[in-house]
Write a protein that binds this ligand. Structure first.
Ligand SMILES: C[S@@+](CC[C@H](N)C(=O)[O-])C[C@H]1O[C@@H](n2cnc3c(N)ncnc32)[C@H](O)[C@@H]1O
Length: 203
């Protein structure tokens, strides 16, 4: 018998999840916005955000001047519909971070926040993000990489969700191969630690 169930993220319409329990006030957003401001100043940047859910990253970026030329992608169509109706001035497209339909070097900055943990594995997504980035790739984890690696697919009614914690060694080796420099910062809010890898691409 065929398994018809897919990723629960494709089906979710729970757009408020990332706004609950302080998830949308995590100081990792401020660190990221500050770093962009330091690097780009007044330049209007081409920005790709992967795995947008409720559009929180977009709303945080909107508070920073100047506004960026924002494109958000996700696999969940109802999430994207909600973002389109709330923020029609930005671009919202359905696609997977593992297969980005953009030419190489389209965006100054490519970002993904709390996404790689929910993929079967990270490598294709990381390579795709670096391909479409011109300058910077930022990857933020809520499951901070540590050994031993733990790949966990949780089955639920109607689908499944991956919740992975990756081994830091091979992950950081891959970033080092694709980057000139990688800044690694851990940012805490009470018990929630986010780790950001802020990568500057090699030439
Ligand atoms: C935990 S949420 C993070 C949302 C947002 N980045 C934030 O930090 O508020 C993960 C998001 O990634 C999306 N997602 C899951 N698999 C994806 C894939 N292969 N390509 C793009 N987005 C995906 C989900 O639909 C969901 O919106």
């Amino acid at each position: 018998m065929q398994d018809a169930a897919g990723s629960l993220w494709e089906q979710t319409s729970d757009v408020d999840y990332m706004r609950m329990e302080g998830r949308d006030t995590h100081p990792s957003y401020d660190w990221f916005n500050r770093r962009l401001a330091e690097l780009y100043g007044d330049k209007v940047i081409d920005f790709l955000d992967c795995g947008v859910m409720s559009g929180t990253t977009y709303t945080k970026l909107k508070d920073v001047s100047p506004p960026c030329n924002y494109t958000g992608i996700d696999i969940g169509e109802s999430l994207l519909e909600s973002c389109r109706s709330r923020f029609p001035e930005a671009q919202w497209k359905q696609m997977s971070v593992m297969d980005l339909h953009f030419p190489s070097g389209t965006f100054d900055v490519v970002n993904c926040r709390h996404l790689l943990e929910h993929l079967p594995y990270y490598e294709t997504a990381v390579r795709e993000m670096f391909r479409v980035a011109r300058q910077h790739v930022a990857i933020c984890f809520f499951q901070v990489p540590r050994d031993p690696e733990a790949l966990l697919r949780r089955d639920a009614a109607g689908g499944y969700v991956w919740l992975n914690r990756y081994s830091p060694g091979p992950f950081e080796d891959l970033l080092a191969k694709l980057s000139d420099t990688v800044e690694t910062v851990d940012i805490s809010q009470e018990r929630r630690v986010d780790r950001i890898y802020f990568c500057t691409k090699g030439s």
